[in-house]
Design a protein around this ligand. Sequence first.
Ligand SMILES: [Zn+2]
Length: 125
Amino acid sequence: MVDKSRNDDDKLPEVMKDPKLKDLTEEKKKNDWLRSINIVVYSIKISRFKEKKSTLEEWMGRDREKQDRFDNASEEAHYCPNDDVLLEVFMKSLHDRMDEDLKVLFFYKCPRCNYREGWYETGEK
Ligand SMILES: [Zn+2]
């Protein structure tokens, strides 16, 4: 059986048989391979970054929505059941639960008897 690789090698010009040159070619191949790997890694990083960015924007959008909701919620007139005095809002909080819609809770108190109660902006107690 004929050793084909050796035959091919014999056909190569003398300069190509130089072991140093062979190493150089191997190294070039390795570099090319590394370069293509880097391109793949780089594109993965880019897509992750884009994903991250859109998640961040989504969060920021949600936060802005919450803030707007909180800022724009309007209190209603509620009267003290004890002395019929108009209750004053002393605290406001955002009711934010995964399973429910966003709503703002107002805490009212009576300036006369200090009676307190909480009302959602939606009118629910
Ligand atoms: Zn009262």
